[in-house]
Design a protein around this ligand. Structure first.
Ligand code: AMP
Length: 116
């Protein structure tokens, strides 16, 4: 989509701090981190969120990218959280499918950082 910020980052029209990339997905640092490690994994093709009809190969690539991000940022052993906001009630701000990978400190049991 021409006016989508994550499409532009995923296709290098706008550069970012990339952590991982392959043919289907890329991962880059969140601009407003909520934890010492806060990386977004996004598909290169445009989907709005997990309520979309997403090809299985894209979902597999995203899961693989999460694992790579965890390894490359050193949180694979200490633990991490994966969150994907979908739609209005989840307060999804960027309308391009993404998963947040959060870690690098104890995150507690609350899902939302502001509840910690
Ligand atoms: P969500 O509420 O799940 O849609 O979260 C969108 C996330 O994208 C937020 O954590 C923002 O800080 C992050 N974000 C927005 N624009 C950028 C950008 N240009 N580069 C990196 N992260 C971004």
């Amino acid at each position: 989509m021409s006016d989508c910020i994550f499409c532009k980052i995923a296709n290098h029209e706008i550069e970012s701090e990339y952590v991982y990339e392959d043919d289907l997905v890329c991962a880059f640092r969140d601009a407003s981190p909520e934890a010492p490690v806060h990386v977004l994994v996004v598909p290169k093709a445009h989907y709005v969120n997990l309520a979309d009809d997403i090809p299985a190969e894209v979902l597999v690539a995203m899961a693989h990218a999460v694992r790579e991000v965890a390894k490359r940022t050193g949180i694979d052993k200490t633990g991490f959280r994966v969150v994907s906001n979908a739609g209005k009630d989840a307060d999804q701000v960027v309308q391009h499918l993404h998963v947040h990978v959060l870690g690098g400190e104890f995150l507690g049991s609350a899902i939302l950082p502001e509840q910690r």
